[in-house]
Design a protein around this ligand. Sequence first.
Ligand code: ADP
Ligand code: MG
Length: 697
Amino acid sequence: MNQYLSTPIEYLKGVGPQKASLLKSELGVHTFEDLLFHFPFRYVDRSQVHKVSEASSLNGFGQFRGQIVSIMESGVGRNKRLTAKFQDDSGMIDLVWFKGINWVKNSLKPYVEIQVYGKPTRYKNKWNIAHPEMSAAVNHNGPDFRPVYSSTEKLTSRGLNSRGIAVLIRNLLEDFRDPVEDFFEAPFRSHYDLMPLKDALITAHIPTSLHVAEQAMFRLKFEELFFLQMELLVRKKISFQKSKGHVMKEVGDHFNTFYKRHIPFDLTGAQKKVLREIRHDMQTGHHMNRLLQGDVGSGKTLVALLTTLLGLDNGFQAAIMAPTEILANQHFDSISEMLDGMNIQVELLTGSTGKKHRIEIDQGLQDGSIHILIGTHALLEPHVQFKNLGVVVIDEQHRFGVAQRATMRKKNTIPPHILVMTATPIPRTLAMTFYGDLDVSVIDELPPGRKPITTIHRRNASRLRVFGFLKEEIAKGRQVYIVYPLIHESETMDFNNLMDGFEAIQRAFPRPDYNVSIVHGQMKAADKDFEMDRFVRNETQIMVATTVIEVGVNVPNASVMVIESAERFGLSQLHQLRGRVGRGAEQSYCVLMTGDKLSKETIKRMETMVRTNDGFEIAEVDLQLRGPGDLIGTQQSGMLNLKVADIAKDNHLVVLARNAAKKMLEKDPALEHPMNAGVKKQLNRMLGARPNWGDIA
Ligand code: ADP
Ligand code: MG
């Protein structure tokens, strides 16, 4: 940035070696610039004072003015705590500390007018404020906005709480005289309502009003998101230029015969639209890298199959990879059936494929006699080599990582076209960012005639009534899933719960009137298949299972999904499980069973499930509740380490920044215009090795 800002942090007034090393280890602050980019996460108006008697109705942070009237230490070891009684003219509230007790105790000044800032919470019928911020009381004329910075216990114990950090930043800003290079020129700034960078940096820390503070943060967030999107767009363009792909222009016998004779229904408009997008990709000579998002039951399998047939028509082989054996088996069965009589050789390869058969498969893949290979992770093995692999479909791609996509890509010298599919919709803003390197297609329409699933939430106390309902449905000829949480298949307690549940269900649904199946991860694959098959053939009416049946399983006659301990599942998983029903013409139901005491977040999850069947809407709520890291798996969320912006909360800003970046590249693909020089310079820095902008244009 500039010289002043790159100064090591130990040179800042008020920072000695000890504080410097703490700032580094606790906050990752090494330079002036790092500290300057430690922005407040909130502002408080110091002139706004609440009464202690209002604590219970505040619902968040509050600021109080009064005196400490007594101090008491209690407990030992880990239970040690410090309690100070704080009083104003409306009442009394406890201030409590669990950590840094000695330091706090020495700094408390009883009977002096002070100001206290914190979040009142209720504990054992009493209101208290844990680890409040305290400062001397001052009289204000008019509002007085102060930044609130995040800090840590260690920093706080060295005097670097929010206020201590604010002092350091003020010291920094006092000598901040050099200009700061602004990446955006004035016309661009005024178009998007952006403050100059230096103003924004200062205003964010020392605002004169809440409004300007928000404007400053807007500028900073916009900039961060703009460059993130710019980087993604440029990287995608570069890889698109580089990526040679097989040209598949032919729409031949396989595709046409299947399309005309083997599909018993019309494709939905959305399926047709997506197929057009895929066909377009495969003809261009570039390598297809496409994500197909479609809610459960939207008919992605058929799109996948038609895509592989396009590959076959052009003389290539195809592979379909699924995350579980059950799902791979099911794809194999349904696809073999659909292709019956078409002279296409389909094989199944999973972890349970016998050695002899595996060798035959390897042989068939290499001599080209096998046309479509369906399987699990087993497909990734190095011995799986094709004569001429042209199309790879990865189902339920969120169960796989980027590395696995890359492994499949390397199974031919010119990489095969890749279609990844997911029924866990990702909110648009997140997809824009996280899947920046993929093109995204969406099936946003369900096949006709589907009745929306009715979802209800029931407490454990209503279990008997729920069982009664299941009996009614079974009497109508329907089948039922009952799913137990077994997050880690090895957890003994979960496993015991499952087995207890299984026994209870067998008692409530006795033979010979009822037959109950069970499937879980610790069973042998052959046993799982056996039980699955019985259920598919309607020989058993109830399937007790763990989440192994979460993805893909398709039994149209099953119309009730009961989810036990539903509070233990995330939203997307609940939605995914619910998607196992509602596949036939009958009215389907999902029953969410929970305990009585539920957290606010759980209630929100249950309400969302009851309210809507729309996977995208559910994904948005999930994003708000859990944040982007949890949603897409932490191993893949590295690029979401943003300093200022928050992909979940700053939703609209992501879209704004994305569009601004797109627009700039459309008008000036190689960023040659002098107006865009600042942006180009910054991008070159971000992209490391200088991209060949000529290629991009
Ligand atoms: P998912 O997108 O969850 O993978 P599937 O591909 O398993 O969904 O499709 C769900 C069901 O819908 C299957 O039984 C399939 O045969 C059926 N289906 C797919 N497309 C259509 C369509 N256009 N019209 C009617 N039924 C369809
Ligand atoms: Mg599927």
